[in-house]
Design a protein around this ligand. Sequence first.
Ligand code: ADP
Length: 484
Amino acid sequence: MWVKAVDIVLDRLVMQEADLSTVAAISAAGQQHGSLYWSKHGISALQSLDPEKFLHAQIDDSAFVVNRTPIWMDASTTKQCLEMETAIGGHTQMVQLTGSKCYERFTGPQIRKIYQQRTHAYEDAQRISLVSSFLASLFLGSVAPIDFSDGSGMNLLDIREKAWSKACLNACAPDLDERLGQAVSANTVLGGVSEYFVKRFCFPASCQVVACTGDNPSALAGMLVDNDWLSVSLGTSDTLMMSFEKPPNWEEGHVLCHPTQTDEFMGLLCFRNGSLVREAMNNVEAGGNWVKFNELLESTPRGNFGNMAVHFNDMEIIPKAKGTLRWNKDCLPNSPDASKGVIKFSSPQIEIRALIEGQMLHHRAVAEDMGFQFGTNTKVLATGGASINKSILQVIADVFNAPVHIQNESEAALMGAAYRASYALYRHELDQTVPALSYRDHVLSLTSNNLQLVCEPHKDSESIYAPMLERYKAMAHILQSGIL
Ligand code: ADP
């Protein structure tokens, strides 16, 4: 399926008369964490592709020793996670080394499971690729290295040293370093495109293949934002992305090597209770109509007369807490009924504002706790399904006390791949005596920034939401204590 997908994409490009002879460099974004296991035969097939035939006719099942590729939705490796963390001295150590505690979907635990349950297949695997480096391999005609950013989603890379951690490799499977090959920066030009693509699709022989990376880092690369920005994705779950000069130690969430600032890091925080909770509230209080939902939201003042709510319908990730808590202005953290709060607010508009303000206060509280510094230069980029909802974005602007922007271009991960290809080629060809432009400056010299300012905070926002943030933290703490 992976290989056939590439055949289909290229054929569609040809059918749409894309002039592939003008392509100077290629990179790609691949879904994070998935892995492919090359057989000896697969590697030699890759190196001797016949341009008369489809890729999938040549790189078929026999090219791999495992034909059901583990991907990010695989959560079957709890045992291997525990074993790997125990072997290296606990999950704090795992966080310090790799930027994340062991997660089931991460590639290291998945590799260990294959090693344990299909030992012969593991032994026969000559090389292991991530989805991203696999794509690079197809274009390169040989197995391509894994890049540091996507490599950060494996529980195997030492994100500070930017090299495989010996301790993690040993905790995972034997002789793993030779199967992974050396990891490289996402800015690396790997080599010329394979002759197959030159002959079959008229790519120029000079076309360069640039290291591919994961979809999340690639999305950050496509946003063209600097360290003052917080990107807020309002999808099924809500996700925050941010850049750091120094890697924080997060017990939850993920720290990855930055895809474009090679000496920096990116943080990724996921919240389980995002759009689905908003959707449920919309169904109950506004008949499932977002226009009505927004009218109700806008009919209440900022601060909601002191009414606040936490809605963790599903077990939240940070903090680990579940349940709903509503407070009116009289509830105080130390009052005897603080953990009960009030049963229901008096109107749908108060319910709706309490939910949206509560969610955004939660995101702000966690981002601050995790080391993101909100200040006068902070700007927010909103993406994902709910980012078309301006009334919700206004609440974000007010709670974060920062202007909110959206992107005119929705395919951030795809654009990130193209921008990185261009930047790596620029650096590759640059006369070493000339100072290099930064990634962002280079891309913005070629294309305009597709960001659009949609909401600005009201002047009184900080005075309203700073005290609410403290009350909010107390509420979340109560729910957290309830499950401990
Ligand atoms: P995914 O995480 O699957 O990529 P999307 O980014 O496509 O999700 O976002 C889907 C979510 O967007 C849905 O759960 C839906 O509730 C939400 N959504 C769509 N339109 C609106 C709207 N006008 N206002 C608020 N939320 C919306």
